[in-house]
Design a protein around this ligand. Sequence first.
Ligand code: UD1
Length: 419
Amino acid sequence: MAAFKITGGEPLAGCIEIQGSKNAALPILAAALLHRGVTILYGCPNILDVQYMIKIMRSLGCEIEQEISYLKIDASELNAEHLSRECLGKMRSSILLLGALIGRCGSLTLDYPGGCTIGSRPIDLHLNALKAMGVHIQEKEEQIVCSSNQICGKRIRLPYPSVGATENIIIAAVLAEGVTWIDNAAKEPEIIDLARFLNQMGSCIHGAGTDCIGILGKCSLHDIEYSIMGDRIVAGTYLLAAAGTRGNIEIKGVQIKELQALLHICEEMGCRVQNCGTSIVLDSKHRLFSVKDIHTQPFPGVATDLQSQLMSVLSTARGETTIYEHVFENRFQTAEELGRMGADIQIKNNRAVIRGVKKLKGCPVCAKDLRGGAALIIAGLMAEGDSIVENSIFVERGYQDICKDLKQLGANIKVINGD
Ligand code: UD1
């Protein structure tokens, strides 16, 4: 299996344009299935999860042209009976096909979604909402069997602002009869991007980015060209890599308001952050300071997708930091690997206490999930000597070419064939 080999100690420096967002691209790809016509997407990241989604969409009958600069999807003809099961279990976002296909095809059978093992990741919020909208859902041992004669707009209050459930409801509501309201909706920037995409396609969605979203169903949809937003999690990863290596980098293609919670922490750690209009500059000159408690939360709180990377960076900060993980219960898998590199991290339930050590030491470690893998790469960049991060495949699920990006910023990293 392929691995990353990193020689640490080099401060990151330079400027980088951030890839398109994974978490915006996946729901947008699912939403493209709503339109009996052509969608052209720019900035769709070339990552494993997008490849899985494209495979699934092709199996449904979509014609897809994939070029470096764009993705052209013709979803004029769809047949949910041909849905390929091969990739469904490999990614969490396959559940978003439910909202899209039930409206287009009236019935479908889906396998339970897969994805990183960062928690139990139930789908009850998705299914309950769709049931309320008139979708008949039968949960079998391995599959979900769904059918509907007509999806109906409803007022739905989510017990938790789930990103995926909010997206699934929005997508299903576009072809529903009447108006759908989502109360306690997720407010993540990727929800705004999905709504912007669908509105440009002709639908009528208000309130995306707030906790109450209204969707008027059955608007007529048309062909569009759309540019997907930049990936704030990739941006956050690189900013933290610069913070941890005492580097100085400029990133382009994401908006500062999408990273506000992280940037406050970076400042608290002693980094200088500058908003340069279309780019963000982070300068880290000294050993970082620990910070007061960090709590992962839905947007605009600290993103759970940046928690592991924060843990890496704080592992050499001066003093002690406690991180509370409130979103996914199994997201401290990386702590043990960081421990091999000399980090002092104690985990108790959803709390990680990180006591900063002076230096990490390079050694072989193993990625166990996507963001945890990125965190180990950061640790490798910060460490003395060589590190091998096994299981690069996890990282490829969300980072288009992390080696190329980090090399551009001066890092000493390459892909090798591991054991
Ligand atoms: C999305 C992101 C993921 C990010 C997460 C939280 C994508 C493709 N993935 O995942 O990177 O970490 O948001 O910001 O956009 N839950 C339930 N029942 C449900 C759905 C969710 O209990 O039906 C729980 C989950 O187990 C978790 C919490 O709600 O504890 C948040 O999940 P959710 O916001 O739905 O995350 P995803 O959409 O899976």
